[in-house]
Design a protein around this ligand. Structure first.
Ligand code: IFM
Length: 787
């Protein structure tokens, strides 16, 4: 069953049935202002910080499931009937009320039709402005004149989200609402220590009445679905002094048959009397609003233009050209801070997460990635490890940043060895390596030395088998090996990190450094050869007690996905062994909904394995289809040259491919979710959860663009090495690379799906698989024949 469809022309996902199994959301805003909005107009907003800059309130994990939000009510003043521009919160019967929601890039539109009145309600955040524009167009499609009211409703949050959720004895006595006769609600609040964040909501049409007090607008024992003020037909002009502040403004007008009225409401950050008035004046001209919307469209068109593809798979094209890249920008902006399942209390950048997020956008916004890498490098400690999360907004150097020993992770710092080389390959900005960046605790070092320090730290944290200690956890937050426990996955990441550094150092002529780390790599390889293989697949690690983690002898989980895929990615064994490991994945872990993370699931708690053993089978890190890890299986199969399998894996967890089974999948078919419930769960095999802010976004983009389509940056040029399904006749990509434009046409006449038999750059044969930067012109045609 499907709830909607993709309109690729408009870059929209259109939801025809509002009764989606979960909230299907969108993100508004391009920089400091972030709004989140569901297909039923629920959601919230914050400025810069999801934790301390919360402007609009949301009641997480509540019932009804989506409240509150950005609501516009329409009321027929003749008979008193009212409805909302989005299906919820009023929720008129769908037999008489029609609604569609269109999520686009940075905007959402609700179209409704009820009793001869059509409405279109569009919300967007202009590029780089801390405001939302709520445009409402109302049309009378009937034959009688209509007397109508519009009411807005939003609930202000007390800026500090944790205070807002907990400290009612204080927070409920802080607001002093104001109203300006220009039709502007003034929300400002003094908070300790003398901060005065301000918000406002303005109406361009004349305001008939308003409310700023939630209880006055909603009424007692009521809710957003039946507010007393709307029922009555007029607000109480309440000015909250303490209590729960809201923003409700009423417009009233008549509409002749066929007539349309346009209303605009502006909600945002700033002083009502100055910025609010200025905004109201500026946007009173509808052309200004249209210009802002066009700017937003242009903004996204530019961001997505750095990589486009046309392949035989419409689903792949939709995701890569639009939604996957859009999601990558969202994860880059907001890390893991704020969504419908992340309440925003954990502000800042997840260390490993943001490092990985850069991989999905570095081709499009390298300068912003550079800034973000600096933020991350400032979260590295002088002894090489990293803080698990960094708060760039409030960062200061000092001992306070040093985590307790038990909170140091085995992988966080190593991701710098993936993200920084990716940035250098994309940009050629080798000066970056000389930039002096402070450590989180003390001292300053060049970026190059930060990288070395990360490698040294891991070298100092090896266990009894010479493999990396698991520490607090590795990529898997819930694998808490402690003591002498060793992570084979971290060891594989370390191998890749070492290889990246050795390649970089050699490229820069730093032979002594390359030689030094080659020794480490060699030693680690010997430990891997001796201790990592279990006959048909790789182990996941060793426990503090010395027992194997994974493997035939294990009583519970015997095989983990990550150690098979990363064995290939880090090339830690001969090809036949790597193929055997990935064949075991196919045999034991692959399902129709994606690849499960470990099998069999844990069913009993094991202290020395960690929290992964506590989830019910099939959920989260315990034998779910953890989508992030599926991307690595795609890469691994592509690296092994098995394009059919790589693509089948890619498609198995591709949201767009779930569109027709959305009742099973349940989450948005246009963005990745963190996990899909695994086959051992008794009820919900195939059901997705935790959409939007997941490392799956960046890695999916890397997997498909760099490994299936095979176009990946190198220090001197662009590698073209596709590994596609054998039956594809070919594909086309446009790529911007270091200021050059390339059109890459790949043909697969012999149906091998891989192997570059011939490559031409602007008509000239290029030997090998790399198009040298030095030979690129500004506009380039690359023709590739596989075979
Ligand atoms: O790797 C982590 C990530 O940092 C946060 N979400 C869960 C992943 C797996 O545990």
């Amino acid at each position: 069953m499907r709830y909607g469809y993709f309109d690729n022309e408009k870059r929209e996902y259109i939801i025809l049935n509002p009764v989606t199994p979960m909230s299907w959301v969108n993100y508004l805003g391009t920089a400091d202002y972030c709004g989140i909005i569901s297909n039923n107009a629920a959601g919230y907003a914050f400025y810069k910080s999801a934790k301390t800059g919360r402007l609009l309130r949301f009641r997480f994990n509540s019932i009804p499931m989506d409240r509150p939000g950005r609501y516009v009510y329409l009321r027929d003043n003749t008979d008193g009937d009212y409805w909302s521009a989005s299906w919820q919160p009023v929720g008129k019967p769908l037999s008489v009320y029609k609604n569609i929601c269109r999520h686009g890039l940075g905007y959402t539109v609700f179209e409704s039709e009820y009793k001869g009145i059509k409405s279109e309600f569009r919300v967007f955040v202009p590029v780089d402005r801390p405001i939302e524009l709520w445009e409402v167009e109302v049309t009378n499609t009937g034959s009688e004149e209509r007397d109508l009211s519009l009411f807005t409703y939003a609930e202000w949050c007390f800026w500090h989200m944790d205070q807002d959720l907990t400290n009612f004895q204080y927070i409920l006595y802080t607001c002093r609402m104001g109203y300006l006769e220009e039709g502007i609600i003034d929300y400002s609040i003094r908070l300790w220590p003398n901060q005065r964040p301000q918000g406002f909501m303005a109406s361009v049409l004349p305001v008939v009445s308003f409310d700023t007090d939630r209880e006055a607008f909603i009424g007692l024992y009521r809710h957003e679905g039946n507010p007393e003020a709307v029922e009555r037909g007029v607000c109480a002009n309440s000015l909250a002094q303490g209590g729960n502040p809201c923003a409700a403004l009423q417009n009233r007008f008549t509409l002749k048959p066929g007539e349309t009225k346009y209303a605009l409401f502006i909600l945002g950050i700033g002083d009502a009397a100055t910025y609010g008035v200025e905004c109201r004046r500026r946007y009173a001209r509808r052309e200004q609003v249209a210009a802002e919307f066009q700017k937003l469209q242009d903004y996204w068109a530019e961001r997505l233009a750095h990589f486009t593809c046309a392949t035989p798979s419409a689903e792949l094209d939709t995701m890569v050209n639009i939604w996957n890249q859009y999601q990558c920008h969202t994860t880059f902006n907001w890390s893991r801070s704020a969504s419908f399942n992340e309440a925003g209390g954990r502000d800042g950048l997840g260390y490993r997460d943001t490092n990985q997020d850069t991989l999905g956008v570095v081709h499009a916004i390298p300068d912003l990635v550079r800034d973000k890498l600096v933020d991350l490098l400032k979260g590295q400690l002088s002894f090489g490890a990293a803080m698990h999360s960094v708060q760039p907004l409030t960062w200061t150097q000092g001992a306070h940043n040093v985590p307790e020993e038990s909170r140091i992770f085995s992988d966080d710092h190593l991701w710098l060895l993936i993200s920084v080389p990716a940035y250098l390959k994309e940009t050629g900005d080798f000066d970056f390596l000389n930039l002096m960046v402070p450590y989180a605790d003390e001292g300053t070092a060049s970026v190059y030395d930060h990288l070395k320090q990360a490698l040294e730290f891991s070298w100092s944290k090896r266990g009894p088998h010479g493999l990396l200690l698991g520490l607090a956890a590795d990529w898997n937050d819930c694998l808490n090996l402690k003591g002498k426990g060793e992570s084979i996955w971290s060891t594989f990441l370390y191998c890749l990190a070492l290889d990246e550094f050795i390649t970089l150092a050699s490229y820069l002529g730093q032979e002594a450094d390359a030689a030094h780390f080659r020794q480490y790599r060699q030693a680690i390889q010997e430990s891997i050869d001796r201790y990592a293989w279990d006959g048909k697949w790789f182990l996941r690690g060793y426990l503090d007690s010395g027992k194997k983690l994974g493997g035939q002898e294990s009583e519970q989980t015997k095989i983990f996905l990550n150690s098979q895929t990363w064995a290939v990615i880090a090339r830690v064994a001969a090809e036949d062994r790597l193929k055997q490991a990935m064949d075991s994945v196919q045999e034991l872990l692959a399902t129709e909904h994606g690849i499960i993370k470990n099998y069999p699931a844990y069913r009993e708690h094991i202290l020395e394995v960690g929290a992964v053993t506590d989830f019910p089978p099939g959920l989260k890190e315990n034998a779910a289809i953890f989508c992030h890890t599926n991307t690595w299986a795609v890469i691994a199969e592509a690296l092994l040259g098995r394009g059919d399998r790589a693509f089948a894996y890619y498609r198995s967890f591709l949201p767009a491919a779930k569109n027709d089974r959305a009742d099973v999948y349940t989450m948005e078919p246009y963005v990745y979710a963190q996990f899909i419930t695994g086959k051992e769960h008794p009820q919900y095999f195939g059901r997705a959860r935790n959409s939007w802010l997941t490392g799956t976004a960046a890695w999916s983009f890397v997997a498909v663009s760099q490994y299936i389509l095979g176009i990946r940056p190198a220090y001197d040029g662009l590698v073209i090495d596709p590994v596609i399904p054998q039956d594809w006749p070919g594909f086309e990509v446009t790529r911007r690379f270091r200021g050059k434009k390339l059109t890459i046409k790949v043909r697969n006449p012999h149906r091998t799906g891989r192997g570059v038999a011939e490559m031409k750059l602007n008509g000239k044969i290029i030997p090998g698989k790399v198009i040298p930067l030095a030979q690129m012109q500004n506009e380039n045609l690359v023709e590739v024949v596989l075979g």
